[in-house]
Write a new protein. Sequence first.
Length: 238
Amino acid sequence: MYVLGIDTATRVAGAAVIGEDRLISERFVNNLKTHSQNIIPMIRQVMEDAGIKPKHLHGIAVTGGPGSFTGLRIGMSVAKTMGLALNIPVLGISTLRALAWNVYLAEGLICPILDARKHEVYTCLYRFAGRDLEEMAEPAALSLEGLLSRLSRFKREKITFLGDGVPVYGDTIKEKLGERAFFAAMIHSFPRASAVAELGLARLKESRLSDSTFLQPVYLRKSEAELTWETKHGHTSV
């Protein structure tokens, strides 16, 4: 069984192919090029590196948000187009869950933070229960104060932070939480297409599938276009 993983949720882009028992090929770039330039050539390359054809794929997993509005749309569009053409499942994987998977079996709490700009982070809270990730708080767009308030009910526990929000807010988090705050290594602090693919493979094996026709990115907050429309028209868009 082969699964293609696609990630375009943040400023990095990645593609990977995994089998049932191994990571076969992966490409990862953080080169400031647009994802529309990067992702198709990367998919072709990891497929070639893996020595398989698209017809050999059993599923496609793609970061489904939160993250960049444009990036998520690009990745989702590519994944859904390929899935439709190949008649295989497309699975949306939480960007935050994929990030947490980078620190597999870490002790204590795991808190991915993505820089959502506007002084907010996209975040969630996980704990490994055996070999599975247990969601301890639902995904949300929060101010740093809101995040710290959320974490205040978890007394004395070690918390591992990772994601592109760490360079922005890490110093303040360390100041507030002291020795409870740990930070993942740089190489683990970005979404990885291999993690996306592995989580997608697990769902395939468990037959936890949904109609990919209705698969949409999870943004957690409204886009600038929606907010501008609402301001202009004076009420909430539908």
